[in-house]
Each structure stands twice: as structure tokens, then as C-alpha cells.
Write a protein of this length. Structure first.
Length: 293
């Protein structure tokens, strides 16, 4: 249907119904004022009553010819008051009322601001919700933190045939304060899940007498995994390098440490030299970060 001038703002209408709490009386109050009884259809015990003969109405006053009882069921429909609204009635719009091309032709955003909102479906509530971009991003995926990286800041000597903790005292970074570089040189994740953990160590012996070296990752004070470089005692090397790495499960309070072990022909001590510059960081190192699942 065409219109001259502006289109009416109120586009949806529905007849209003009113239920009454009945009692032994002839007088009732209407929710909406009417001009006369012909503007409502009155039903008592599901039987429509005849206007004027059974009831009269004016303004918000409804008067019955005969009194009802408390067990009667009475309601009316406002024939003269089709209440109009700008929005469709609640629950009246379904998928069949929405065109499949509703999104087609809309502007495609290439970026999103922190306070922009996205539409999601809350399955527990069975309802649509909006969420800011900042909150949405924080609930999706995650970051690989906590994370840390530590290295040796000075040479460290080890006794022969003795498993000794490696002191990675140079804390390059520690996001989440999960590594203790001053006391026990351990990584405590602080969350339950999985972390990628790696360690490396370079050994040297001026006596050129090392024939076995081990690098061990301890979890809660016990050997979890280790790597080893070994040859016959008749063959020796002056230096050796070992590293280990992997993804490990843990609780929030589990802790990880790195140990070294040497076996020499002369019974003397070996060292993990710290080096200088980049060598100081990457020669002997211990690091880890959270795995996003």
C-alpha cells in the first residue's frame, strides 16, 4: 500500500486482552479507556456477552447486568484499541521473516576498535548477547604467558660423578614472575596445564678428560627427562654441548629445575663456562612458556 507523506512510525498492531479477577460484583475496571461497550468483546466462562444487554462500558468503568461469582472466568478483548508499536511483538520474528540476504551488501569492516561490539549466542541462556572486542579477544585463544628466559652469568664448576643443579642466575625476562633466579633457580608455572620447556649447557674441562655428560630436567625434585653424551673412558673431549626440550604437563604448584652431571678420567671438576655477549645468553640457558590449548 502506498503512502502520501511520511510513513507511519507505528507499523505493528495487536488486539489487547485483559483478564479479570472475578468476585460477586457487577463493577470492574478496564486497563484501557473506551468510548462505549461496543469497543470490547466480553467473555464470561468462554461465552461472548452481548454489549448493552449484558454489560456497559465507558472510560475505564465496566458494569455488568448480573454479578459474577468468584469461580467465573472473565476476560475482554479491546476491539476498538489495536495498540500499535514501532517494534514487532515479542517472539514474532523468526528465521522465515528474515531474508537470507540480510547481510549481503552491508559494509565489510577491515578493522575493529577495542570498544566495538560483536554479536554472540549464549547457549546457556539461549539468547543473543553483545560483547566488546576487548572482552571477546580475551576470551578467545590466549597468550603464551607466563614465560621466562634465564642464562648463566658466571662460570660454574661441578664435581666429578655428581649431579648438581645448574644456577641460571641471569634472568633475561620473566613474564608472570615464575622463575627464581636468586635462590633455587626453578620454574614454577603458577597454572595447571602444559608448558614448553627447554634447557642447554656447554661444558669444558681444561684437563681434556670428560667422557660422559648429562643434562637433566627435574620435576618436583625428581629426574623427569635427560639427555646424555657418552663415549668410552679411553676417549675424551675438552668440550661438549647438550640441550633438551619438550612439552610437559603440570599443576600450578609443580616446579622444574635443571641439573648437570660429569664423568671424567682424572676425577677433577668440569665447568659450565658462561662466556660473554650473546654467548653468555645462549651458551647455557633455561626457558619456558605456556602452551595455549
Amino acid at each position: 500500500m502506498g503512502y502520501l507523506g511520511n510513513r507511519p512510525a507505528e507499523a505493528y498492531s495487536a488486539f489487547q486482552k485483559q483478564d479479570f479477577s472475578t468476585s460477586a460484583t457487577t463493577s470492574y475496571t478496564l486497563d484501557h479507556p473506551v468510548s462505549n461497550q461496543n469497543e470490547i468483546a466480553l467473555f464470561i466462562n468462554f461465552v461472548r456477552q452481548e454489549p448493552t444487554a449484558a454489560y456497559t462500558a465507558s472510560g475505564t468503568t465496566l458494569t455488568l447486568t448480573s454479578a459474577t461469582t468468584s469461580s467465573d472466568d472473565m476476560y475482554c478483548v479491546y476491539l476498538g484499541k489495536a495498540v500499535q508499536t514501532v517494534n514487532p511483538p515479542s517472539g514474532s520474528v523468526g528465521s522465515s521473516q528474515v531474508a537470507s540476504t540480510i547481510i549481503t551488501g552491508q559494509t565489510a569492516e577491515t578493522s575493529i576498535a577495542t570498544d566495538d561490539t560483536v554479536l554472540i549466542h549464549d547457549t546457556s541462556a539461549g539468547a543473543l548477547r553483545k560483547m566488546t572486542r576487548a572482552n571477546f579477544v580475551s576470551g578467545v585463544g590466549g597468550t603464551n604467558t607466563p614465560a621466562f628466559f634465564a642464562s648463566s652469568s658466571s662460570d660454574q664448576a661441578y664435581n666429578d660423578v655428581t649431579t648438581t643443579k645448574i644456577a641460571y642466575t641471569n634472568e633475561v625476562f620473566d613474564t608472570g614472575s615464575v622463575y627464581d633466579a636468586s635462590t633455587n633457580y626453578r620454574f614454577t608455572p603458577g597454572f595447571a596445564g602444559k608448558s614448553y620447556i627447554a634447557a642447554g649447557a656447554w661444558s669444558s674441562d681444561n684437563q681434556t678428560s670428560i667422557y660422559e655428560q648429562r643434562l637433566l630436567l627435574y620435576k618436583n625434585g625428581s629426574d623427569l627427562v635427560h639427555v646424555e653424551n657418552e663415549q668410552s673412558s679411553s676417549r675424551e673431549w675438552k668440550s661438549s654441548y647438550l640441550n633438551l626440550h619438550g612439552v610437559f604437563s603440570h599443576t600450578d604448584s609443580d616446579y622444574f629445575e635443571v641439573y648437570g652431571y660429569f664423568n671424567t678420567n682424572d676425577g677433577g671438576s668440569a665447568i659450565f663456562p658462561s662466556g660473554s655477549g650473546n654467548n653468555a645468553i645462549f651458551r647455557n640457558f633455561f626457558y619456558g612458556y605456556k602452551i595455549i590449548e
